[in-house]
Design a protein around this ligand. Structure first.
Ligand SMILES: Cc1cc2nc3c(=O)[nH]c(=O)nc-3n(C[C@H](O)[C@H](O)[C@H](O)COP(=O)(O)O)c2cc1C
Length: 241
């Protein structure tokens, strides 16, 4: 089975999003999955101009010359597509949204009603199953409400099945390696490896893994206090200059 990760973090390989994804992929690879990762930050992806040439003039081909065609050919045979993003103003990153809009080339210009009686693009090919992975700066899981809701709409539109949603608040802590907190993060990354293995083998997460992945690293109050200290220290340094 093949897993294609679309990483929409503007910090690319150095991002907290990639810390999550790397652990997940480690587990998936150990379980035998073939994987490919696309760092959108390293690619040139222009906006969809809504010219509809991909529907009416050059069916199935986008006329924009950039890296999108290469990404589609690299990932189109994936069984599972992982959409990975930092939370940006309560939503997916602009890089990821620009990529998603360019998937217009893969959608049929014909519409039809789905089982719930809502229109969506008719598809000729089964869309890959979807896993959503996101992290954010604030400490509450409720910060991901929009992404989770959007994912359900997106999956419906593409006629795809969602097989996992992994959301990490307090994302700034994902890079901590020292002290007791470093141990907590290291254990969390191990659980992400387990999640990768489960998706590679069973195409679903066990309730046990989901429960561990939903645990916070530290209490909100402690996190908020530490972030304030960090911000204070950076601002003091600037004042010194
Ligand atoms: C433009 C921008 C918008 C952001 N908006 C939010 C937000 O709405 N809520 C939140 O909790 N964190 C927000 N953050 C923080 C990021 O989600 C957080 O730093 C995350 O760990 C970044 O992941 P990355 O290192 O992969 O880029 C924002 C960061 C940026 C740069």
């Amino acid at each position: 089975m093949k897993i294609a990760v679309i990483n929409g973090s503007h910090r690319g390989r150095n991002g907290n999003t990639n810390s999550m994804v790397s652990a997940f992929l480690k587990g998936a690879k150990e379980a035998g999955a073939e994987t490919v990762t696309v760092f959108l930050a390293e690619k040139e992806i222009k906006y969809c101009t809504a010219c509809k040439a991909c529907w009416f003039k050059t069916p199935g081909k986008c006329v924009i010359r950039d890296d999108m065609a290469e990404i589609i050919s690299l990932t189109e045979d994936a069984d599972v597509r992982v959409l990975a993003t930092p939370l940006y103003f309560d939503n997916i990153s602009s890089l990821l949204k620009t990529f998603i809009d360019r998937l217009m080339v893969t959608a049929s210009p014909y519409w039809g009603k789905d089982r719930e009686g809502e229109c969506r693009h008719l598809t000729t090919k089964a869309a890959p199953q979807l896993v959503m992975m996101a992290n954010c700066g604030f400490p509450e899981r409720s910060q991901f409400q929009v992404i989770s809701h959007w994912l359900k709409r997106h999956a419906r539109n593409l006629n795809a099945q969602i097989i996992g949603e992994i959301y990490v608040p307090q994302g700034a802590l994902l890079s901590v390696r020292e002290n007791e907190l470093g141990m907590v993060i290291s254990n969390y990354l191990k659980t992400l490896e387990t999640a990768g293995r489960e998706i590679a083998i069973d195409r679903k997460l066990t309730p046990e893994t989901e429960a561990v992945l939903e645990q916070k690293f530290i209490q909100d109050e402690v996190y908020i206090r530490e972030v304030k200290k960090y911000v204070d220290s950076l601002l003091v340094k600037q004042d010194d200059q």
